[in-house]
Ligand binder design. Structure first.
Ligand SMILES: [Zn+2]
Length: 259
C-alpha cells in the first residue's frame, strides 16, 4: 500500500523540488493509498515550489444555433446539453474528466482558483501564474509557468491530457476556437479555446530524451520542462502542420484545423 511518504520520495526522485509544476493525474493505477487523495496532494505540495492544475468546468458550456464559420463545432447540435448547462461558480466542481486531484486541490484552504467560466485553473503558491489568465488568453498561466522554468508532471497519465501542449499549439500559430459559457445570468463568448487533445500522444517519441520518469507502486510519474515541450511541439508542427491531430473523421476541431 502506498502512502504520502512513498509519493514524496517518488516526486523527489524527479529532481524538481525547486520548480513550479502543472499536474495532471489519474490515481486509479496506484490502487489503495493510505489517506487517499489528500496524501497525494500533501506529497505534491511538500515536493514542489508551486502546484497548479486545470480546474475546467465543461458543464457551463452552451452551443448556439449559429455562429462564426470554421469554428470546429456543429452549431445547434447540443440542444439537450444546453438545457442542462449551469452558470459557472467559483466553487463549482472540477469536471470529472479532469480528475479528483484537481477538485481536492481547489477546495483546499488557501488554494486559489481563476474565474474563467470553462478553463479555470487552481493552484497553491501559484498566484503569480494564475493572475495572468484573461478571457482573451485563457491558457496564459501555462505560459507564465514556463517563464518561471515550470514543468509538467503527469501522474499515471499520458500526453493526451497534457493541457500545456495546447499552449504550444497556439505559439505554433495553430487555430484556436470560440466557445460559449453561462457566467452569472448571461452567456459569454470565450475565445482562445484550444483544439482536440486526443492525438497528443504522438509527441511522446519526440520527447523521449527529455522526459524524467519514476515508477511508483503499480503506477508511474513522468515530467517534462514546459520550455522543452513548447520547443518540441512548435518544431514538429512547423515540419508537419497536421501533427498531433487525431485520426477521427468526425472530429470537428481537428477537421477545422485541417481545412
Ligand atoms: Zn481530433
Amino acid at each position: 500500500m502506498l502512502d504520502s511518504t512513498d509519493l514524496k520520495f517518488a516526486f523527489e526522485d524527479l529532481g524538481l523540488t525547486e520548480k513550479p509544476v502543472i499536474v495532471h493525474a489519474s490515481l486509479r493505477p496506484f490502487g489503495y493509498i493510505k489517506s487517499g487523495v489528500d496524501a497525494i496532494l500533501r506529497a505534491l505540495l511538500s515536493s514542489f515550489k508551486s502546484v497548479m492544475m486545470p480546474a475546467f468546468t465543461y458543464k457551463t458550456m452552451v452551443t448556439p444555433g449559429v455562429g462564426p464559420a470554421n469554428n470546429g463545432i456543429t452549431y445547434g447540435s447540443e440542444k439537450d446539453l444546453n438545457k442542462m448547462a449551469q452558470p459557472f461558480r467559483l466553487n463549482m466542481r472540477v469536471d470529472p474528466m479532469i480528475g479528483i486531484l484537481a477538485e481536492t486541490l481547489q477546495i483546499r484552504p488557501f488554494a486559489t482558483r481563476t474565474d474563467h467560466p470553462i478553463l479555470s485553473f487552481t493552484g497553491l503558491r501559484a498566484d503569480e501564474f494564475l493572475i495572468t489568465q484573461t478571457m482573451a488568453e485563457p491558457l496564459a498561466p501555462i505560459g507564465a509557468l514556463a517563464e518561471a522554468d515550470g514543468w509538467v508532471v503527469l501522474i499515471n497519465a499520458d500526453h493526451s491530457v497534457n493541457t500545456s501542449i495546447h499552449y504550444a499549439e497556439k505559439l505554433a500559430g495553430r487555430k484556436q476556437f470560440i466557445r460559449w459559457a453561462i457566467n452569472g445570468d448571461r452567456i459569454v463568448e470565450c475565445p482562445g479555446f484550444p483544439g482536440d487533445s486526443s492525438g497528443f500522444n504522438a509527441i511522446a517519441e519526440y520527447l523521449k530524451p527529455d522526459i524524467r520518469r519514476v515508477e511508483v507502486g503499480a503506477g508511474f510519474i513522468q515530467a517534462v520542462s514546459l520550455k522543452c515541450l513548447f520547443e518540441t511541439v512548435q518544431e514538429i508542427i512547423k515540419k508537419d502542420p497536421l501533427a498531433l491531430l487525431c485520426q477521427r473523421s468526425d472530429c470537428d476541431r481537428c477537421n477545422a484545423i485541417r481545412s
